[in-house]
Write a protein that binds this ligand. Structure first.
Ligand code: SAM
Length: 475
């Protein structure tokens, strides 16, 4: 196939789904990624970008639909950038998610033949999110839009009402903020002009407790007007436990780490998972799918194989939930978390849930373990649950210095997982299996629990190789 040019129209058979949700077609070593297509489709597409070895194209027409193509239930697909897989049968998305893990392990980690188990399906494909972050932006006439960024656009927002991934209570909370903004002429923030007031609305819920915590993020100058939101929020949402106001005076579109004050109620809420009652501060991370979190933690427990004698490190512990779940089967649990509010939540959650031997270190995994090494016990099991970026080289060295017999890696990104997994294998760990869990239906994201065990002979060999390489370098 000659290299296609921008605006060329092509007829293609789609044979795979790339990580991120684009359909993949191959022809003479050339790869075409197309939007809104499904493996098994025959489609007509228009080329948008052409590179040396691949092109990106947009769907014009489905000539022959795949048996896995379905009608997306959401009216905002495909304009909204939130869901990328709503047009694909759920079972087929699970198959593709497993393949993405295998593919990343092979291509990035050069780890072939790893046992990657079928993906555990989610209990619910819609209404599962306990946290929604809505962006505000003006529409063409300056009117408020509150929703998610239009696919591929940083400056445009699709107004959503409702979002099918949110709960009924979460959707209603967002609508109350929208009504307040319209009633009080609170202009949406225009990112291009860097003008306007309302920037984001963050809705968080305890699904097990039915508690609602809402944060409204504005540009500076909303004091006085945000107070008018208290009455409608309280009247319309009996499950509201806190209303917060964050101020963002910068250009970056962030909702965390901003000066935030409590307008009403408290600045945290409770969630329940596996019989634990957890306090979650507004700044603390928590898994966004509560229903599947218990399942994920059960998979972690199964992989950890505890018998009450082990010292467990819960690295990247957030509010301490994994370690607290495992505590009854461990001798001691040590959490490490960088966000101070989350670390404080972890300590108080451990105490409130009757975990006696719990200690949390506040700081970067790559630093704090080294700083406190003299006071720390040897690890039997290390649980690692990093953000999407995975572990830095320094954090990997710290984990290896702890010398855990068993290492459980909870991954939310196949590429960084594959890279990190290869490093643990090179250091002498055996990757026994990977158990994916679908925490994010209708989106390309996939969570996975991986079990590694330490092989003493391989560790000794890896160390000898590293010493020999260092000596050769020094010669
Ligand atoms: C994917 S979350 C996992 C949280 C928790 N294990 C759970 O199941 O809810 C990752 C956590 O790591 C924390 N974190 C990010 N970078 C870190 C670092 N360098 N050192 C320690 N914690 C970090 C984040 O604040 C977040 O709480």
């Amino acid at each position: 196939m000659a290299r296609p040019q921008r605006d060329d129209e092509l007829e293609l058979a789609v044979d795979a789904l790339a990580f991120g949700g684009l359909g993949v077609s191959r022809s003479d070593g050339f790869v075409i990624f197309s939007t809104d297509t499904v493996p098994g489709d025959r489609v007509r597409v228009r080329v948008r970008k052409s590179r040396r070895r691949f092109a990106e194209a947009e769907l014009i027409e489905v000539i022959e639909p795949s048996p896995d193509r379905i009608t997306p239930p959401c009216q905002y697909v495909p304009a909204c950038g939130g869901c990328r897989l709503q047009h694909i049968d759920y079972g087929a998305t699970l198959v593709a998610k497993r393949e993405h893990i295998v593919d990343h392990l092979e291509r990035i980690g050069h780890l072939n033949g790893i046992e990657v188990r079928p993906v555990d399906p989610a209990v619910a494909q819609f209404g599962y999110r306990n946290k929604m972050e809505y962006s505000a932006a003006p529409g063409p006439g300056g009117e408020l839009r509150l929703g998610f960024h239009r696919r591929g656009r940083w400056d445009e927002v699709v107004n959503v009402d409702p979002c099918l991934l949110a709960t009924a209570s979460g959707n209603a909370a967002r609508d109350t903020v929208r009504d307040w903004a319209v009633a009080h002429d609170v202009a949406p923030y225009d990112q291009r002009a860097q003008r306007g007031m309302l920037r984001h609305v963050v809705v968080r819920e305890g699904i097990g407790t039915n508690e609602l915590l809402v944060t409204v993020v504005t540009a500076p100058g909303a004091d006085g007007v945000v107070e008018h939101l208290i009455a409608p929020m309280r009247a319309g949402h009996p499950n509201l436990v806190g209303l917060l106001h964050g101020v963002n005076d910068g250009v970056s579109e962030v909702t965390q780490g901003l000066p935030t004050r409590c307008l009403w109620g408290r600045d945290y809420f409770y969630e329940e998972v596996l019989g634990m009652r957890l306090a979650l501060s507004a700044q603390s991370f928590f898994q966004t799918n509560t229903q599947m979190t218990g399942h994920l933690y059960n998979r972690v427990a199964e992989a950890a194989g505890l018998d009450g004698t082990q010292v467990v490190y819960d690295l990247f512990c957030g509010v301490g939930s994994i370690g607290i779940t495992l505590a009854a089967r461990a001798r001691q649990v040590i959490g490490v978390e960088i966000v101070p509010e989350a670390a404080a939540d972890a300590q108080r959650n451990a105490e409130a849930n009757g975990v006696a031997d719990y200690r949390v270190l506040t700081g970067d995994v790559g630093r704090v373990i080294k700083e406190q090494r003299d006071t720390l016990p040897k690890a039997d099991v290390a649980i690692i649950d990093p953000p999407r970026g995975g572990l830095s080289g320094r954090a990997i060295r710290r984990v290896l210095e702890l010398e855990p017999e068993v290492l459980i890696y909870v991954s939310c990104h196949p590429a960084t997982f594959a890279d990190n997994a290869a490093r643990f294998v090179a250091a002498g760990y055996v990757l026994e299996y990977v158990q994916p869990v679908d925490m994010f239906p209708n989106t390309p994201h996939v969570e996975a629990v991986a079990r590694f065990v330490r092989d003493e002979a391989a560790v000794a060999q890896a160390r000898a190789d590293a010493d020999a390489a260092a000596a050769a370098k020094g010669r």
